[in-house]
Write a protein of this length. Sequence first.
Lengths: 525, 313
Amino acid sequence: MKKLFKISAAAAMIGVLALAASGCGGGSSKKANVTNEMVKFGVTNFADNLDPADNFFSWVVMRYGLGECLVKFDNKMNATPWLADKWSISDDKLTWTFHINDKVKFSNGDKLTAEIAKESLERTFKLSNRAQSVFQYSEIKADGQNLIIKTKNPTPSLPGMLADPLFIIIDTKVKDRDIKKEGPICTGPYAVKTYSKAKAVMVANPNYWDGAVPFKNAEIPTIDDPNTRAMALQKGEIDFAINIAAGDLQLFKDKAKYNISEIASLRTVLAQINMNEGKPLHDPKVRAALIQCLDRVTYNKVLLKDTFIPGKAPVPPSLDYGFDQLKDPNAYNPENAKKLLAEAGWKDTNGDGYVDKNGKNLEIDFVFYSGRAELPLYAEATQADAKKIGIKVNMKNVDYNVLDPMRQKGQFDLIISNILTANTGDPEVYLNWYWKSNINGSQPQNSTGYSNAKFDALSDKLAVEFDPAKRRQYMIEMQQILLDDGVALFFGYPKTNMVSKAGLVNANIYPADYYWLTKDIAPKN
Amino acid sequence: MTKKQILARIGQIVLVLLGISFITFALVMLAPGDVVRQMIAGNEDIMVSQAEIDALRAELGLDKPFFFQYLDWLGRALQGNLGFSYMVKKPVVEALWEGLPGTVLLSLASLFMMMVVSIPAGIYSAVKRGSVVDNIVRVFTFMGVSMPGFWVGLMLLWIFGLKLDLLPIVGGEISLETLIMPSLTLAIAMASKYTRQVRTAILEELHQDYVVGARARGMTESHILWKEVLPNAMLPLITLLGLSLGNLLGGAAVIEMVFQWPGLGRLAIEAITYRDFQLVQGVVVWIALMYMVINLVVDMSYNHLDPRLRKVR
C-alpha cells in the first residue's frame, strides 16, 4: 500500500510538472496584430443554410455581414434608415412609402430598386410562415425608388418590423443561384465565398455602397463551446468572439490586449405569477410580500457573477422605455414583506417555520426548466429567500417541452421564462402576450388571471398610435401598472458581449442580436 | 455461423429495426409539449404565433392520425427514403451521409489509439502483476476512467492547443491536425477501461490448466503468451470492441461540441432539441443498425478466431 502511495505521488508530481512546463508556453494572444487581409470571428451558429426566408437563419445572414434590411435599429432599438433612406405614412395610416437609397448596390453590381425590394419581400412572405405573423399586407408595389406597402391593419411598428432580419433584401434578379447552398446575393459589406454550418468564408463586397470594406476576407468558424471559443481567442486563432462565458471574461481584462464590449440584451428573465381565484398568490399583499423578499441585486451581482443586470421592470434597460423612471413598489424589503404577510392573515402559529392560515401552510409551486443555467439558480434563490419570511416554495423542474402547455393551462403558482422582449424594436407584443386580459383564449400565454382595465385600455390605444413619443409613454405607463399590481418576479436581464483583440476597432455588441460583423469593425492601424 | 444462421440474424435485425423505429416515432410524437412549436423554436423562449404553428403542422402532415403518419414514414423508409429533415432542410439520408465521414474517422482513429495503448499495457500489467509498472498503469487507468470526457477534451485543448501551441484549437474541418485531440480524448477513457479488461482476461488465461501443461512441456513463456494465451484472451474483448465501435459510430456529441468536429453526435442532439422527428428516426435507425451489424460481424468472426466453435457445428 505504501509502495502504491509512493508511485501515485510520483505520477501526480510528473503530471504537475508537465502542466507547469506547459504553463511556460504563454497563453496570451500571440497574433495581436490584425491586418486588412483577413479577420477571423468565432461564433455560435444554428443555420444549416443561408436562405433568409428559412427558419431563423436570416439572423446568421445578417450576423455575418452579408444581408441588410430597409431599416436598422440603433443602440436604443429605435428604427433608423438603412437601405431605405426615409419613409412616410399616409393619413389613413395604412400606406407606408419607403424610399430606397439610390446608392445601394448588390455585391454583383446590380442596383437595388424598389421593384427588387418588392420581389424580395414577396418572396419572404411566400416562403416563410413567420412573415405573416409579423405583419400582413394587402399590397406591395414599386413606384420608381419608392416602395409602397399597404397594410391590412394600422401597423405603427412597421419600420421596426422591417428591421427584423427575416426581411433582408436579396437580389431577386438572380435566378440561377441555389440560395440554400451558395447563399443569397445581398447588399452587405461581405459576400459569401463558401458556407457550411462549421465555417463560413466571406470576401469583401466589391460594390459595397456604404464606404470601404475594412477586410478583404473574413473567416467565421463555428465554435459552439464557450470555453473553446475563449481559448481560440487567447491563442490568437480568432480575432474576435461573441459571448465569452462569464467565468472566462476576466482572461480578457487587459485593455492593452483586448477590448470587451458588453451590453444588456433584449431579454428578461421573469416568473409569471398565477393570481387566479383560490391560488395563494391571489392576494395582492402576499404577492407584494413575495416580491419584496427577493434580493435580486445579490442574485445577479454575486450568484450570477454580474453577468445579469438586476431585474425591476418588464422591459430591460437596453430599451428606451423608462427603466430608470419606473418606480418599483416592491423593491427588496424583507422586513416589510413579513408585515405584509401578517396583514394578510398569514402567521406561523405552529412554529414549523412557515406561515399558515386556517391550518394550512403558505405553499407555492415554482415551475422552471434547466435548459438555461440561470433559471434553476433563480428558482433556488427564490426558495431560500421566501423561506426566510415563511413561504414554502416547492420546486418543479420540468422539461422545456412541457413548460408552455403548463403555462397555458395555469398549472403553476410561479412559472419562469427567459424571453426576448422586442424582436421588432418595440415591446408591445411582449407586454400584450403576457398581461393583456385573456378573453376567451385571446391571450393564451396569460393564464395567470391577471386583468386590468387600465392596462387593456392603454394597450388598445397603443395598437393604433403612430407617434413614437406617445407609444413610448403608453408602454411606460403599462409597465408601471404591472409593477404596481405585482404581476411577476422580474429577476434580471442577461448581458451579452463581444471580445476582440486590441488590434481591432469598433467590435461592439448591440442590443439587437444580429449586428455582429459590421462594416465598422476594422483593423486599428 | 452457417448461412441459415446468418439469414436468421438478418431477419432479427429487420424485426428489431421495425420495433425501434416504431418506439422512437411514438416517443417523439407522444412526448409532452407541441412537437411543431418545438420544431420552430427549439429550446428558445421565442414568441411563436399559433398561425405559424398551424401552418407548419399542416405542411408536415402532422394533423393526420399518429399510426398513419408512422405507416407513411415506414412505406418511404422501405424504399430507402428516410424522409426530409425540417431542421437541416435536406433529405435525412443526405444529412446522415454528410455526418458519416467525420464519425467513422473519429471512431476508427480513437479505436486505433485505444488499442495501441491498452493491449500492450494490459498484457504487460498482467505478466508483471504487482510490479511498479502494473501499479502505475493501474493509477492511470483509474484516472482515465474517472475523468469526464468534456473535461479531458478541454484540458487537451488548453495544454496542446493554447499552452504548447502544437495543435489548432479551432476545428470544424476534417484533417489530421484536428483529428488528434478529439480521438485522443475518446481513446483515453476507452484505453483506461480496456487496459483493465485486457489485464483481467490475460490473468484468467494464465491460470488455466493448458498454460500449466504448456510450461510442463517446456514451451517458452513468450510462446505461451503470444501463441496460446493471447488468442484465447482476445475473444471476449472482441465482443466488447464491437459494442464500443457501435457506440462510437452513433456519434460522440459532447466531444464533437468541444472540438467542433463535424459528426453525427451533434446532428442527433440538434434533431432531438428541435424534435425533428424524421431526422431523429434516421439517426436512431442508423445507430441501431450499426450496433446489430457490427455484432453480427463479431459473431461471424468467432468462427475464424476459435476453431472449437466450428467443430461444434
